[in-house]
Design a protein around this ligand. Structure first.
Ligand code: C2E
Ligand code: CA
Ligand code: CA
Length: 702
């Protein structure tokens, strides 16, 4: 039919048709969907453009049912022919999948739908249908299926959890097998149920640590349904799963590896133990001893501590071994080792160097005397009879002692010197200890003796109190006195405090000594006041150890009440060094004392390292300028400057000032000129017994 191009309506309709056809072609191409029809009367077919593409045919070719069938793979041919017959007998749409060969070799998968069109007499006239190329979809589906099979059947545990609550979204069979739960059970749980170490808090930080990259947890514990546990290594990735943020976790059971590791570790520990210990006594051997000695040197150097090295030799051991046999000898060594280890502390090292030679590293001793005490204990212990079978054996020991760092700082020397000292002990007739340096033996001995007799002194109150007056330069009158202890030793006579106070500080006897002095001095003051004399304020030296005693305050108050002593007569001297040792505690303790109306003076001021901020917080009344600054006045420029500075500091803090150790007029003059008006020292009086003070008080009308 000729087209009337002037007919606008037709033109529009044609354009529209063309446009629809184009759209259809495009849609078919997008969906890889071709359409076709077969005229049943002629057997000829019409294919859409996409159909040609699907079958790989050129558009010049006349399509037909035969052409279609020629593409079907032989395996599918029978079935397709059957389907065609089926289509012809029904008005329904019939669909089926089949494979075709394209371009001679390429296998494609198709999804074909067809329907027969009948005329009004129900005679079939044509078949129409669509063909969709589903090769890629099928492959993808198969691939996905294969992958999920791999995941599902993997013997590793695989989980998917939601990133919010850590609920399980998926668990594989491997996980069920490992944990002993069924899939249904696990899907009701979250990861806290099987990770006993995981808390909500550390889960939070775990969540934050899983960023883009994989997160590996090298060792986590899983708890099975039966309660038993095992170790896994976990790999965690963030993923999207079912439209939500999730984590996929791959867990590998590493229990076996860890068991192996532990076994290996135990084995190497055992080997290590054997290499470092003596098999008979189980004590460290020479090699471990050398290590420990090195360590002790390093740590003592760091902490500025002393340690003692003992070299111990059993005196009659060789005789026992030779006459009674090795078996008995071994028992003696074992028993001796046990006794030695009883005498030392955990942190000390006892080693057996070989034969009957033992060494001890005695850590952190404050004084050679400490070593002497332990040595004596060892000697006493070893001397006790050793019973082996029917034998009762007696041995003794000779001990040589070297001290780090006094004798040497070198490992080899310390051992050599202790050895040398041990031979000295043998020469001294065995059954004794000797220090490498002979002065130390004497000194340690003196300390031990001193300590013992000091204990007796405390028990028997062998102390007397001397008083040293303190003067006001303005009036030249006594304003108070310092009580200074003297030890009235039955044999040695009067022992000055410098000889025993440091020892008493160290062993704690200072507390009892100070209490004795306090009572005696207060008693004396009460007597004087009752006689109408005026000794002023009693200055008592008090160790911080005493102040820190729990019931000190009670004791002080009780004593004052018992003796009728007025708290306003009392001033306590504590040294700057002791106060600044623990300033916070001192502030607290001293406050409780000043609340009673008792004054506090800081003794030996200038020798400790006061911080200004603490000085301001301490409840102080007085600074006592240390005598070391006064001694060289007026010759030493530095001392002049320091003394002036201390006076200025005291004044700015509103404290009273007293100078001690004033021996000359020149010193007094300098102090007065610079504003320190209270003075204590030989210039006025030495510390003297109470009777002499009393005479002074009576005659001087103070
Ligand atoms: P300290 O508290 O600094 O006492 C002052 C010391 O200086 C006293 O020595 C005193 O005799 C001495 N001294 C006083 N004036 C002069 C002087 O002009 N020149 C010289 N060269 N020395 C002077 P002392 O009595 O030997 O006491 C020594 C230290 O023993 C005291 O030093 C004190 O720290 C302590 N001490 C004494 N008695 C006691 C006590 O009962 N308890 C406590 N905890 N310590 C005490
Ligand atoms: Ca003092
Ligand atoms: Ca002093």
């Amino acid at each position: 039919m000729p087209i009337d191009i002037h007919n606008d309506d037709l033109k529009t309709a044609l354009n529209e048709l063309k446009a629809r056809e184009d759209t259809l072609i495009q849609l078919e191409s997008i969906s890889k969907l071709g359409s076709w029809e077969i005229d049943l009367s002629t057997g000829k077919a019409v294919w859409s453009k996409q159909s040609y593409i699907i079958y790989g045919e050129s558009e010049d070719v006349q399509p037909s049912l035969e052409l279609f069938l020629s593409h079907i793979v032989p395996q599918d041919l029978q079935e397709i022919k059957g389907k065609i017959n089926q289509v012809l007998t029904t008005k329904e749409v019939i669909s089926d999948k089949c494979k075709i060969i394209r371009n001679g070799s390429e296998i494609r998968e198709l999804y074909i739908s067809a329907q027969t069109v009948f005329d009004k007499n129900d005679k079939p006239i044509k078949i129409i249908g669509t063909t969709q190329d589903i090769t890629e979809q099928v492959a993808l589906k198969r691939h996905t299926q294969e992958l999920s099979n791999v995941i599902e059947t993997s013997s590793n545990e695989i989980y998917i959890i939601d990133s919010e609550n850590f609920h399980y979204l998926y668990v594989n069979q491997g996980a069920c097998d490992a944990l002993g739960y069924t899939k249904e059970e696990l899907m009701q749980m979250d990861i806290y149920d099987i990770n006993p170490e995981l808390s909500k808090e550390n889960a939070e930080s775990l969540r934050n640590s899983i960023t883009e990259k994989e997160k590996t947890l090298n060792r986590t514990i899983h708890k099975k349904k039966d309660g038993s546990t095992y170790y896994v290594q976990s790999f965690i990735h963030p993923i999207r799963y079912n439209n939500q943020d999730a984590f996929v976790i791959f867990d590998i059971d590493i229990s076996k590896q860890i068991e192996d590791e532990i076994r290996l570790h135990e084995q190497s520990q055992l080997l290590n133990y054997q290499a470092n210990h003596d098999s008979l006594t189980k004590l460290p051997n020479r090699s471990l001893f050398q290590d420990r000695l090195e360590q002790s040197i390093a740590s003592s150097k760091r902490n500025k501590e002393k340690f003692a090295l003992f070299f111990i030799d059993l005196d009659q051991f060789k005789k026992i071994n030779d006459s009674l046999g090795h078996h008995i000898g071994d028992e003696v060594l074992i028993e001796s080792a046990a006794r030695l280890s009883k005498t030392i502390r955990n942190e000390d090292t006892l080693a057996r160097l070989g034969g009957d030679e033992f060494t001890i590293i005695l850590k952190n001793i404050s004084n050679p005397k400490d070593a002497a005490i332990v040595a004596q204990k060892i000697i006493d212990q070893i001397k006790l009879p050793i019973v082996v079978g029917t034998h009762q054996l007696y041995i003794s020991s000779s001990i040589g002692i070297s001290i780090y760092p006094d004798d040497s700082q070198a490992k080899e020397n310390l051992l050599k010197y202790a050895d040398t000292a041990m031979y000295k002990a043998k020469e001294e007739g065995r059954d004794n200890y000797q220090f490498y340096s002979s002065e130390m033996t004497a000194f340690a001995f003196e300390r031990v003796v001193m300590e013992n007799s000091l204990r007796v002194a405390v028990k028997e109150k062998q102390f007397i109190v001397y008083f040293q007056p303190q003067y006001s330069t303005a009036t030249d009158k006594i304003i108070g006195m310092e009580a200074l202890v003297r030890w009235q030793h039955p044999q040695l006579g009067l022992v000055p405090p410098g000889k025993f106070i440091p020892i008493a500080e160290e062993n704690g006897l200072i507390i009892q000594i100070d209490t004795i002095v306090m009572e005696k001095a207060m008693e004396q003051f009460v007597i004087w006041y009752k006689k109408g004399l005026n000794p002023g304020v009693l200055a008592l030296n008090l160790s911080m150890k005493q102040l820190n005693e729990k019931d000190f305050l009670h004791k002080l108050v009780d004593t004052m009440e018992k003796l009728d002593f007025n708290p306003l007569w009392l001033e306590l001297e504590v040294t700057e060094g002791q106060v600044m040792n623990n300033p916070e505690l001192s502030i607290q303790k001293l406050h409780t004392i000043t609340e009673l109306g008792i004054e506090i003076a800081i003794d030996d001021f200038g020798t400790g390292y006061s911080s200004l901020s603490y000085l301001k917080k301490l409840p102080l009344d007085k600074l006592k300028i240390d005598q070391s600054f006064i001694r060289d006045i007026p010759d030493d420029e530095d001392d002049l400057a320091i003394t002036k500075a201390i006076i200025a500091l005291g004044k700015s803090l509103n404290l009273k000032l007293i100078a001690e150790g004033v021996e000359t007029e020149a010193q007094k003059e300098f102090l007065v000129q610079n504003g320190c008006e209270q003075i204590q020292g030989y210039l006025y009086s030495r510390p003297i017994p109470a009777e002499e003070i009393e005479k002074m008080l009576e005659t001087n009308e103070i």
